[in-house]
Design a protein around this ligand. Structure first.
Ligand SMILES: [Zn+2]
Length: 283
């Protein structure tokens, strides 16, 4: 299970300037890569519609020009598998064209080195951050051309203006990069952040499970029988709930069942005063 944490960063002026510069570079890169894909898509229509009449309105050799058959990985990947070894290794070949479809994110990831050659300012950006830009283009495009399970497609991805590219992502930030009130962002430095109150994990888990958290009054939930609602007094050391009505269950299970009823609207304080309803305790 993966939790998302959200904190407000308190960068220094220098760090702030770096972040703004990075955002702008990321945005330029995003628009450039999106443009590549939109142009290719409008020229060929291949990925969106397999109807033969629409396929290849330009000659096949033009579709694939400048696209090599494989990208060869230059170093081991950072992501580790269950065996602790890199999932992708130096020398691995990644096909750029599969079944006639250009694997655009592979092509564009491989092309980042040319971006760095042409625009050296991109060398300053952390590689994960830059790679994530390509992944965003891929996600936007794939939501556009692949319908979801209801058959709906997202709109055509748009170029992003100055104020519409607002974040960048370190895709593999680890716990070791985060201390009490600082996060170590490679290329930017240690950035202060504000520690808000702890994340309400229970609510989060419940929402992921499609359930709701209801706060209940725990009064007497350990003392009353979940089945007949009579009082069955026990001390904390009594771990078993044994009621004359016949129910024999673990004390915690009795409480849990009763708490569920309380959550659904049962008011234990409103039922007859437990003392009067108390049944003689079984010897
Ligand atoms: Zn009972």
């Amino acid at each position: 299970m993966k939790l998302t944490y959200r904190y407000k960063l308190r960068p220094t002026k220098e760090q702030n300037a770096t972040m703004i510069e990075w955002l702008n570079l990321c945005r330029r890169q995003y628009n450039y890569r999106l443009g590549q894909r939109l142009r290719w898509w409008s020229e060929t229509r291949t990925p969106i519609n397999s109807c033969p009449l629409n396929v290849s309105v330009v000659p096949v050799e033009k579709i694939y020009q400048d696209i090599r058959e494989f990208r060869v990985q230059v170093r081991d990947g950072r992501k580790l598998g269950k065996d602790g070894l890199p999932i992708t290794k130096k020398g691995d070949k990644h096909p750029n064209i599969v079944g006639g479809y250009v694997q655009w994110s592979t092509v564009q990831l491989g092309d980042l080195k040319n971006t760095k050659k042409l625009f050296p300012e991109y060398k300053k950006i952390h590689s994960q951050v830059l790679q994530d830009v390509i992944n965003r283009v891929e996600t936007g495009f794939s939501n556009f051309i692949n319908p979801d399970k209801n058959g709906n497609r997202a709109g055509k991805p748009k170029f992003k203006g100055l104020h519409y590219y607002k974040s960048f992502t370190y895709s593999q930030l680890k716990n070791k990069h985060i201390s009490d009130n600082q996060v170590d962002l490679s290329g930017i430095g240690k950035v202060d952040f504000v520690q808000h109150r702890p994340i309400p994990v229970l609510e989060w888990v419940a929402s992921k499970l499609g359930k709701r958290v209801i706060k209940i009054d725990p009064w007497r939930t350990s003392q009353i029988c979940c089945s007949c609602l009579n009082l069955v007094p026990k001390s904390l050391s009594d771990r078993w709930h044994s009621c004359p009505c016949g129910i024999e269950i673990n004390r915690d299970e009795n409480s849990a069942r009763l708490q569920k009823s309380v959550g659904l609207g049962l008011d234990l304080r409103k039922i007859a005063p437990p003392r009067e309803r108390s049944l003689p305790r079984t010897p």
